[in-house]
Design a protein around this ligand. Structure first.
Ligand code: ZN
Length: 157
């Protein structure tokens, strides 16, 4: 069970959030300076096992997927309430209903056997990988530099 951190207060930064209606699963620190003004559950995360191609050494691996139940309750007597599963993917957020969440689950379950098959292919195909040859790299880079220099000189002439 998730601890309920909701604290009724009259001077919060999100005074519109209904504290009386704070659900048992909410972990939002209502009344704190970081109160987003909605009710939010703990999140489930899938973190990348390695850095992405655009990341630098020392950075933390990206979260590939996270799922959090969120209830928007801004003046609920006026605007009502809306509860969705917020699924964060790099660069965007999906706000899913229960049927849409079922579709996501089905697609992820269908993805896992394909991921396992790709892993098996990777294990087989990577057995033919071979290490870089530093001397050959040096010869290649020297020859490349020489071709670029020759072409630059020819264009300038
Ligand atoms: Zn709450």
């Amino acid at each position: 069970m998730v601890a309920n951190h909701c604290v009724p207060t009259s001077n919060s930064s999100a005074a519109y959030t209904t504290r009386d209606g704070c659900p048992w699963w909410c972990v939002t620190g209502h009344g704190s300076p970081r109160d987003p003004g909605w009710h939010e559950s703990l999140s489930a995360h899938v973190t990348a096992p390695a850095l992405s191609a655009n990341q630098c050494t020392g950075e933390r691996p990206e979260t590939l997927l996270s799922a959090t139940v969120v209830t928007l309750a801004d003046r609920p007597d006026v605007f009502g309430t809306t509860t969705r599963l917020w699924v964060d993917v790099p660069g965007d957020t999906l706000e899913l209903t229960v049927p849409e969440t079922d579709m996501l689950i089905a697609r992820l379950e269908a993805f896992l056997p394909r991921l396992r098959a790709a892993r098996q292919l990777l294990a087989s195909a990577s057995m033919d990988d071979r290490p870089e040859n530093p001397a050959a790299v040096e010869r290649y880079m020297t020859a490349l530099h020489d071709r670029i220099t020759a072409r630059t000189v020819a264009v300038a002439a």
